[in-house]
Design a protein around this ligand. Sequence first.
Ligand code: MTE
Ligand code: LUZ
Ligand code: MOS
Length: 748
Amino acid sequence: MKNIDSKGHVTGKSIYLDDIPTIQGTLYAAVYSSPSAHGIIQSVDYSKALALFGVEKILTFDDIKGENQIGGIFPDEELLAEKEVHFQGQPIAVVIAKSESIAFKARKLIEIDILEKEVIIDAREAQKKGQLIMPPRIFKSGNLDLAWSVCEYIFEGRASSNGQEHLYLETQGAYAIPLENGNIKISSSTQGPTAVQRAAAKVLDVGMHNIEVDVVRLGGGFGGKEDQATPWAIMAAMGVQILNKPVKLILSRMDDMKMTGKRHPYDSDYKIGLSKDFKILAYEVHFYQNAGAAADLSPAVLGRTLFHATNAYHIPNTRLTAYSCKTNLPPNTAFRGFGGPQGMFVIEAALAHAAKKLKISTHILQKKNLLKTGDEFPYGQIAEGVVLNKLWSDLDSKFDLKAVENRIHNFNQENTYSKKGFSLMPIAFGISFTKTPMNQARALVHIYSDGTVGISTGAVEMGQGVNTKMLQIAASSFGIHPNKVKLETTNTTRVANTSPTAASATADLNGKALLKACTALLERLKNSVAIKFDVNIDNVSFENDLVYIDNVPTEMTWEQLVDQAFLERVCLTENGHYATPIINFDMETQKGHPFAYHVFGLALTEVTVDCLRGTYEFDAVKIIHDFGKSMNPSVDMGQIEGGLVQGMGWMTLEEIRYNKEGRLLSNTLSAYKIPDIYAVPKEIIVYPVETEGSEMAILKSKAVGEPPLMYGIGAYFAIDKAVMAFNPNAKLEMSAPFTAEKVLMGLY
Ligand code: MTE
Ligand code: LUZ
Ligand code: MOS
């Protein structure tokens, strides 16, 4: 089944936030933000802005009826700055005017006086000064001190990875409208409708029942709208609360880039110890996470860095220490992989470092240490259903690693100013929110009396195809044609208390809830058939829009059955609730079983470096991926390709730069380069490996949203190899992204 949104997208008919028809009298908002990265606000002069014709109101913290607080994990973030500002782009006021252009014009007339304070943009510097979001978090396993003493080889180094701009095509925004009795409806481009509802209620000092949040779909989220869609939605809602008129707030691209947080940059010190036969015995890391000016989701992101610090390898003795460092940058946030990729980059850097010193291929070390079923992760979970060795031998038999190595070696012998490199990148990514209580979902199903079906779940469609998967579940459960099923918007009045659409777990959680609701409805309908035909309920099934008895079609259509059931006063609506079983985690001991299952895969990346220019092209990426039993191969394949290229962008082209004053320099699309069609590998081959899947995956179809991003890490190490082929003495720092400039410096 194809993605149900494809046609709407290519014909431009799909509805995004800015396509929602506006109500007459709608006002437009622009956010006024701090020009300084750290300082005390002495005074703000709004008089000139207020005097501009068409300006209705300028909202400040003074207009907040409830709490001026939007911190999701820790209460450390004001919606609108009161006295002190902590990053450039921190919202201070919201100009509300009759048109967007008046709002922007008025914003320019605001004058501010700020007493500047010291600006810190570097994570290590913040840590040295004791600027931490929370105490360091530590994972320990085995006996590290003892392990060092038996290691034959020990290598120490440093690895860093930069942030990443989400660059969803649709910028952040919201449209809030007044309903009766002071109630407010917010259309929001958010991954977390409930998060918006909860925070809005708190800031406006109303109940959650007074706020309705509705989401049609997002033009991409990638984690950037898990927590950070909230402020704009509340600002619009505040406008409604005070002016009783609809208010629309959509960030311009430049505002979005400067006001919102990104993937966390990390700097890390590692120490890795190997036995004589190249088994990793010991691994120690200090991670310095650049959290930005407030916690946002940083503590949870930090957790996932630790969970994935050993990636797809078994390492018996570890000590992993992670610092969440408070700096004067916009609060960094969720981004596809959620800290996992940053952790994986470091172990890959450590292995590449060790291999260089040992004068062997990195993949010898990787292969030797691959995780196996029964191995224990540093956090206590026992690995299950691990297929990494199978993936490796599949890849080897399909592409012949030895032949690849020889071909590249020969090419490099024959060419002076063009060098090739390749890398392998195995992945093991844990599926579930690491905070166990978040792993729950609900779905609401109506069968209308004409046999058509309406579905609401907590899932937000953001391009990943979750609506298509939900529709498949309902249509196949009832044995009816998909055009009889409609996916409703994601709305807090129909499905309440939702977890955000995140952690790649959306289809699993919401799909399981939906399946439960459908199953309950099926039982009732089967019962109705069983009575009518005087057969056993187990002999009834539905297929091809018909009622089947003993697997033989009857004359009775699905519509006739639904009509009959309705007349019999059978309830044709059901709510399903699902909570992932088994999972748990003990924060005291930092041990448990946090993940429902892991997703595995292996990527082979080949690159050619132009050794005169420092530029490079990716010849091919070949992936063997563990889909379990994919319920929609074309949607899932799209996730693999998109995730891969997004990961490669993070590792190669995308370079976020702040100056010492904390000003974002890469604040436009001309200063921030993401992969385009020319940057993608010339060849991408994805081999699905059908595995048993997992009972906790929806229809055994494993989660696919985030894992493929981490294949992109292979790009970094392929380039590294090619550069070393040209200049074996290159002193390369492990510092992503590997931009063409860095390549050139490495070559010469
Ligand atoms: N794919 C598209 N097209 N757009 C997106 O915003 N977000 C990614 C991934 N794939 C995203 C995407 C992220 S960060 C996550 S967590 C998952 O989709 C969320 O959806 P899922 O749980 O349904 O996989
Ligand atoms: N969000 C979250 C996530 O709150 N917890 C998680 O574990 C997570 N993992 C990936 C992406 N978003
Ligand atoms: Mo994805 S980072 O879980 O939104």
